[in-house]
Design a protein around this ligand. Sequence first.
Ligand code: ZN
Length: 107
Amino acid sequence: MNRPGRAGSRARMNKRGVPMRRCVGCMTSFPQKEIVRIALLDGKPAIDKDGRMSGRGAYLCRSMDCFDMAMKKKRLAYAIGARMTADEMAVFREEYLRTIAGAEVNE
Ligand SMILES: [Zn+2]
């Protein structure tokens, strides 16, 4: 009775049973704790630092290249259903930059 997740489960696991999430920038899967979740908060994207925000979410690995790619291709906005002006996008980019620069994984 120790089978891995059933087919059709939304949570993708790697071989070691680590939940994997796919970056909307490079489309590569990373362990959940190594990737940043972006959630929708009041119609705008918000960085879900604790992974506690409910609702739609998208994931980005800790790379500004991926952030910019996701913004340029509108993958992030599409994934979470957000609408952003260029100004809001710039502000959010700053916040994301601070998050990946400051938040080293504390274990
Ligand atoms: Zn990425």
